[in-house]
Design a protein around this ligand. Structure first.
Ligand code: GRG
Length: 297
C-alpha cells in the first residue's frame, strides 16, 4: 500500500476536524493562538490515524470516531506543551519551532495546555450525548481515554519519569514508565477505533496487544532517535535524554540491543494482526514506519 498517501488523506481529514473544534476567536491574551500553535505546528497525527485505521480494519464507518480521535490529539498536544515547560523538560524547540512557552510566555502555554485538555472532554462529552445507538461505546471510549491520560496513564508516567531523572533504573521500571507515559494514549487510540468498529472480544484483545507492542516500539525508537540524531532531524534539542540523565533504552541496553528490541516489538505487533487480513494493512504499515524512523532497525 502507499502509506504516504494513506497518511496524507487521514491527516487532512483529522486536521479539518481539529480546526472546526478549536476556537476561532483571537483574544488579546493569546490563549486561542497558543492552543492553535500547539495543535497546528506539524504533528504527525499518529494517534488519531491509529484510531481511524483500527476502525477501518474492522470494516466499520469512521465518522463517529472523529471527535474521539481529535480529543486524543488535543490531549497529546497539551502533553507536549506542558512537557516542554521549564518545570518539566525545559526545552525550547519542538517540531523544529520554538516551544509554546517560548513563543507565548509560560503562563499562556500552561493555560493553553489546560484548555486543550478540557476541550478534549467537551468534544467527547458532546459527541457521546448525541451518539444515540453508539452511546455505550462512546462512553466507554471516553472513560478509557480519561484513564489513559491521567494518574494511571500519561500523567502518572510523566511523574515517574521525572522522579527517575539522574537515577539508575532497571528495564522493568523503564517499561513501567513508558507504558504509562507514551503507551497508554496509543492503546486508548487503538481501542477507541476498535470499540467504534464493534470489535468482538477476541479482536479487541488482539488489537490491544498490537497497540501495547506498537506503543513500546514507538518509545524505544524515540529514545534511539534522541541518542543518535541531530536537532535538524528530530526538530527537538537532540541528546536531551543523556543530558538530563533521563531514563532511556540506549543508556540501559545499548544502541544495538535497543534496535533489536524495537524490531522484536514490531514483529510481535504484526503477529497480532494476522487474522485481520488485508484490511489491517495500514496498521501494519504504521508499525513498520514507526521503527523505520530510527534507521537500520
Ligand atoms: C506533561 C502530563 C504531561 C505528559 C507528558 C508524552 C509526554 C508526557 C511527554 C513527551 C515526551 C516525549 C518526547 C516522549 C516520547 C514519545 C512521544 C510522545 C513523542 C512525540 O509524539 P509524536 O512523535 O509527536 O507522535 P508529533 O510531533 O508527531 O505530534
Amino acid at each position: 500500500m502507499n502509506l504516504q498517501r494513506y497518511l496524507q488523506q487521514r491527516q487532512h481529514r483529522i486536521e479539518r476536524a481539529l480546526d472546526r473544534y478549536l476556537p476561532t476567536t483571537r483574544s488579546p491574551d493569546g490563549l486561542e493562538q497558543a492552543m492553535r500553535y500547539g495543535v497546528f505546528s506539524g504533528g504527525k497525527r499518529l494517534r488519531p490515524i491509529l484510531a481511524l485505521a483500527t476502525c477501518e480494519c474492522l470494516g466499520s464507518p469512521t465518522t463517529p470516531v472523529i471527535p474521539f480521535a481529535c480529543a486524543i490529539e488535543f490531549i497529546h498536544a497539551y502533553s507536549l506543551i506542558h512537557d516542554d515547560l521549564p518545570a518539566m523538560d525545559d526545552d525550547v524547540l519542538r517540531r523544529g519551532k520554538p516551544t509554546a512557552h517560548v513563543k507565548f510566555g509560560e503562563a499562556t502555554a500552561i493555560l493553553a495546555g489546560d484548555a486543550l485538555l478540557t476541550e478534549a472532554f467537551h468534544v467527547m462529552g458532546d459527541a457521546a450525548a448525541r451518539a444515540d445507538a453508539l452511546r455505550p461505546r462512546a462512553m466507554q471510549a471516553l472513560v478509557e481515554i480519561a484513564q489513559a491520560a491521567g494518574i494511571h496513564g500519561m500523567v502518572g508516567g510523566q511523574a515517574a519519569d521525572m522522579a527517575a531523572e539522574g537515577m539508575t533504573i532497571d528495564l522493568p521500571r523503564l517499561e513501567f514508565i513508558h507504558v504509562r507515559k507514551t503507551g497508554a494514549l496509543i492503546r486508548a487510540a487503538v481501542r477507541t477505533g476498535a470499540l467504534f468498529g464493534n470489535a468482538r472480544p477476541d479482536q479487541l484483545r488482539r488489537l490491544t496487544r498490537y497497540a501495547d507492542r506498537f506503543g513500546l516500539a514507538f518509545q524505544v525508537a524515540d529514545d534511539i532517535i534522541d541518542a543518535e540524531a541531530t536537532t535538524d532531524v528530530t526538530g527537538k534539542t537532540a541528546g536531551r535524554d543523556r543530558e538530563r540523565r533521563k531514563a532511556a533504552y540506549p543508556a540501559l541496553l545499548g544502541l544495538a540491543a535497543s534496535k533489536d528490541r524495537a524490531r522484536d516489538l514490531v514483529a510481535a505487533a504484526l503477529r497480532e494482526l494476522q487474522p485481520f487480513g488485508p484490511a489491517a494493512e495500514p496498521l501494519r504499515a504504521l508499525a513498520r514506519h514507526v521503527v523505520g524512523r530510527c534507521g537500520d532497525t
